[in-house]
Design a protein around this ligand. Structure first.
Ligand SMILES: [Zn+2]
Length: 439
């Protein structure tokens, strides 16, 4: 749409009248990278959402220092030597130039359109080797309002959203400065947390943030990071079994609440030919010939996959452990079974039970619970024995599983189900994070 504005668009005005509203002093600022590295732009387009114009200046720490007011609505930020210039995108005229490699912009109406999204807060644009890096400076609580509805559906029960808000706040706090070498705190993708500004926020999702304002997860007197993921498919997992290290508040728990069948990508299968399996192993740095078998050779106490052994036709073995059991073959979770391509599909891991009959022979059965076994006079064998026999052979393999994500911390679908059953957000958090306090 053509916008009509005066030809002279840059005018220095009485700055204090146009300073953006002050942020609450207690709310720390998060610097979120929106375009950087490979996604830095040749030129960046920023639009003042209500057309009210801009103040341009610089950042001192996280405080905006105003230099000039610009009345145009749409700005293109372009590199200019080692400095930057601002072009009124409608008039095609340069309205501001600086030799500095960085400038700050603040929309007078507080809302900025950038890319497909709408953001509150200030913007910093930096000339990074002839491309424009764009960083959003946003108060922590507003940042959380811009994450919660992108990480969880905004119409879900309030208590689930509140649990999510505390996780987002705790995660942001614990990971602050993760991108310090690139000049900001957090990126806007799933690498950190998905942040897209105000577009999806609702009264429900905003209230979840406001009702938990300033609340974090604490363990042993220290703030801890609130990890979360979509669904666990039956049980979460110890961080030690996924990432290594020891974080006692991140201990796996069985999940009787989550409705995995309802969860997005909660049930899944992945089929790979032997050649595709070998290719993925080589891409992950392993040496392997023609894949002959893929076996689950270890499960955790929670029944998730702890070790996957791949054997080639020459007998060479590659063992995958922890997160590699999911990542190398591109699987949704660590809760699965594997079968050969020519064999009938095996039931999902959660339904696979081995029994020893009166004749002493071990047999695989598919049951939903162990009570049927004892009533039939059969004895379930140990988890370890279950797993070493899960084998596959042939020229293709099918992984069949439940859950989506890394399985450490809070299941989002589990939180939804607990909220639907009447659990308040702090009880939900205390279920998924062992021994924590919410305060
Ligand atoms: Zn990141």
């Amino acid at each position: 749409m053509k916008r009509i504005f005066s030809a002279i668009l840059s005018c220095a005005l009485c700055v204090p009248l146009f300073l953006p509203p002050a942020r609450a002093a207690s709310d720390p600022v998060v610097r979120v990278g929106l375009a950087y590295g490979a996604s830095a732009q040749e030129a960046s387009r920023l639009e003042a959402a209500d057309g009210a114009g801009w103040t341009v200046g610089e950042m001192r720490g996280t405080s905006f220092v105003s230099r000039e007011t610009l009345s145009c609505a749409v700005l293109t930020v372009e590199p200019d030597g080692t400095g930057l210039r601002l072009v009124d995108a409608d008039a095609g005229r340069t309205v501001y130039e600086t030799d500095a490699d960085e400038l700050a912009l603040s929309a007078l109406g507080r809302l900025t359109l950038f890319g497909q999204n709408r953001y509150e807060g200030d913007f910093v644009c930096r000339n990074t080797d002839g491309r424009v890096t764009v960083i959003n400076y946003i108060g922590l609580e507003d940042y959380i309002k811009g994450v919660v509805p992108y990480e969880m559906t905004a119409s879900w029960p309030r208590e689930a959203l509140k649990a999510q808000a505390v996780c987002v706040r705790s995660y942001a706090d614990g990971q602050m400065g993760k991108h310090e070498s690139q000049g900001f705190d957090l990126c806007a993708s799933t690498h950190c947390e998905t942040y897209r500004g105000t577009g999806r926020a609702t009264a429900n999702s905003d209230a979840a943030v406001e009702e938990t304002k300033g609340e974090y997860l604490w363990y042993n007197g220290k703030k801890v990071v609130g990890y979360y993921f979509s669904s666990d498919g039956g049980a979460t997992e110890d961080a030690a079994n996924v990432w290594g290290g020891s974080l006692p508040y991140l201990t796996g728990v069985p999940d009787p609440y989550e409705n995995t069948a309802e969860a997005l990508n909660g049930t899944w299968s992945v089929a790979l030919t032997a050649a595709q399996a070998a290719e993925k192993l080589r891409a992950a740095g392993h040496t392997i010939g023609t894949v002959a078998s893929i076996q689950i050779t270890g499960r955790t106490a929670m029944g998730n996959v702890a070790e996957l052994t791949v054997t080639d036709t020459a007998g060479t073995k590659v063992k995958l452990t922890r997160a590699a059991c999911r990542s190398v073959f591109g699987l949704n979770s660590i809760r699965y079974s594997v079968s050969g391509g020519t064999a009938a599909a095996a039931p999902a891991a959660s339904n696979v039970v081995y029994v020893i009959g009166a004749d002493g022979v071990k047999r695989q059965v598919a049951l939903s619970g162990c009570s049927m076994l004892t009533s039939a006079g059969l004895k379930p064998v140990t988890t370890a024995a279950q797993t070493t026999d899960t084998s596959a052979a042939g020229d293709s393999f099918t992984f069949t599983g439940t859950g989506w994500g890394h399985s450490v911390g809070m299941s989002q679908y589990g939180a939804k189900a607990m909220a639907e059953q009447g659990f308040p957000y702090d009880r939900i958090l205390q279920y998924y994070f062992t021994g924590i306090e919410v305060r």
